[in-house]
Design a protein around this ligand. Structure first.
Ligand code: NAD
Length: 418
């Protein structure tokens, strides 16, 4: 395949290389796979098409797939999440990169470029690659053997496709691996969402009323981290079990309309639409900060906010001040896009180490087993999930116990009681 890339500036490659080196030094599990792949070349002859946030951690995954013998094409999975220096560094390494920060207009053109390379395996984050294949590029579907999906929103979309009989090839839900969402969604999104809010605003969290919409994996992590910095947490939910869990974890739970009236900082992380919607916006306190850490920027009803406003100022990078007709000032962070990726660096490398180890090992597994699967959404094979946990523990020099013969026997029997 002809060497091709469309990025911001190739001169940023040196800077990007240093960032990628930093990530490599903090991703020992993926680097172990990298070494193994370099030696055995298990992905030889594969063409892999990826739509992922172009971060330093993604670069480590791309280099690992390439080390395994694959040809790799990559576009960003969000217009604001590409780190241009990282994209430049990847371009110099022979990865076909189509991504730059602020790419609102040519976002789908970049997705198309990845698909036009006729990948046999797709790696998606949010489902835009898969959706494009099933709508505007159905002629290329027959090249694809299988795919993986990195995030909750993408898995949800592909499950709907499978349920409606629209999905045309098998997808492994990497998001659903225990060693992915228990850690990446919870600790990764928890910490990096705070990071994005602080880098963009530098506000004090202690004593602030911090509203989190959605008490799923990401919401739980965010609540724990914001509480740890002294914020008073309010949770809004639509699921009674999750709402109950939040209440028993010690948080106040209430409808968004009420929360909006008292929140200083409001973050949506649900995967749903217009969660900070018309009613919430009508009730926001003067001076509130609003942000989103869910996959799409439609969690906040930005068009409604725009309509209510008489003036809009870029107060500082990633902070837009809306002055409403009723004179309230509302601050929207990172255009309502994933605040942890758009205003900070996304998840820490240490947590992406597990998510991307799942990706790399799943791609290797798909090369062998992909053809045997029907078009549906599948879990990551359990042996891969557990292997990632074992390898991560090893790199953290943590040892654990194993079952004794007596315990093995005991856990298999039902007769033995008191
Ligand atoms: N920022 C990141 O880097 C990052 C990382 C992982 C996942 N995500 C994204 O974050 C979102 C959430 O992921 P998750 O893994 O926590 O999902 P999840 O399914 O575990 O949790 C989502 C929660 O939102 C709740 N919810 C849905 N609609 C709601 C509404 N109108 N009001 C209040 N709560 C509502 C659901 O009941 C659920 O408890 C998804 O879009 C996912 O793709 C982002």
């Amino acid at each position: 395949m002809k060497k091709e890339f469309f990025i911001k500036d190739i001169a940023l490659a040196d800077k990007g290389e240093k960032l990628v080196q930093w990530a490599m030094d903090h991703m020992p599990v993926v680097m172990g796979i990298y070494k193994d792949f370099s030696h055995k070349k298990p992905l030889k002859d594969l063409h892999i098409g990826c739509c992922l946030h172009v971060t330093k951690e993604t670069a480590v995954l791309m280099k690992t797939l390439q080390a395994g013998g694959a040809t790799v094409s990559l576009c960003g999975s969000n217009p604001l999440s590409t780190h241009d220096a990282v994209a430049a560094s990847l371009a110099t390494e022979g990865i076909h990169v189509y991504a730059w920060r602020g790419n609102h207009e040519k976002y789908y053109w970049c997705v198309d470029k990845v698909l036009q390379a006729k990948p046999s395996i797709t790696l998606d984050d949010g489902g835009d690659l898969v959706t494009s294949l099933h709508t505007t590029h159905t002629d290329l579907l027959h090249y694809v053997m299988a795919g993986t999906e990195e995030t909750t929103t993408g898995v949800n979309r592909q499950r709907v496709m499978a349920k409606n009989g629209d999905l045309r090839y098998p997808i492994i839900a990497v998001n659903d691996a225990m060693t992915k969402h228990f850690f990446d969604n919870r600790y990764g999104t928890g910490q990096s969402t705070i990071d994005g809010i602080l880098r963009s605003t530098s506000v004090l969290l202690a004593g602030k009323t911090f509203v989190i919409a959605g008490y799923g994996w990401c919401g739980r992590g965010l609540a724990a981290r914001a509480e740890g910095m002294g914020a008073n947490i309010i949770i809004t939910e639509i699921d009674p079990v999750r709402a109950l869990e939040a209440a028993m974890d010690g948080y106040r739970v209430m409808p968004m309309k009420t929360a909006a009236q008292i929140g200083d900082i409001l973050v949506s992380v649900t995967g749903n639409k217009h969660v900070i919607g018309e009613t919430a916006i009508d009730n926001l306190k003067d001076g509130s900060l609003i942000a989103n850490s869910g996959h799409f920027d439609n969690e906040i009803n930005i068009p409604y906010l725009e309509n209510l406003s008489e003036k809009k100022n870029e107060i500082r990078p990633n902070v837009t001040q809306y002055i409403l007709k009723d004179k309230r000032k509302i601050y929207l962070l990172a255009e309502g896009r994933l605040v942890n990726l758009a205003a900070a660096e996304g998840h820490p490398s240490e947590v992406m180490d597990m998510s991307f180890a799942n990706q790399a090992l799943t791609v290797e597994w798909l090369k062998k087993e992909g053809k045997t699967l029907k078009a549906n959404v599948y879990p990551v094979p359990e042996e891969i999930d557990r292997e990632v946990a074992k390898r991560k523990l090893r790199t953290m020099t943590i040892k654990i116990d194993s079952l004794t013969q007596e315990q093995k026997q005991y856990t298999k029997s039902w007769q033995e009681g008191t």
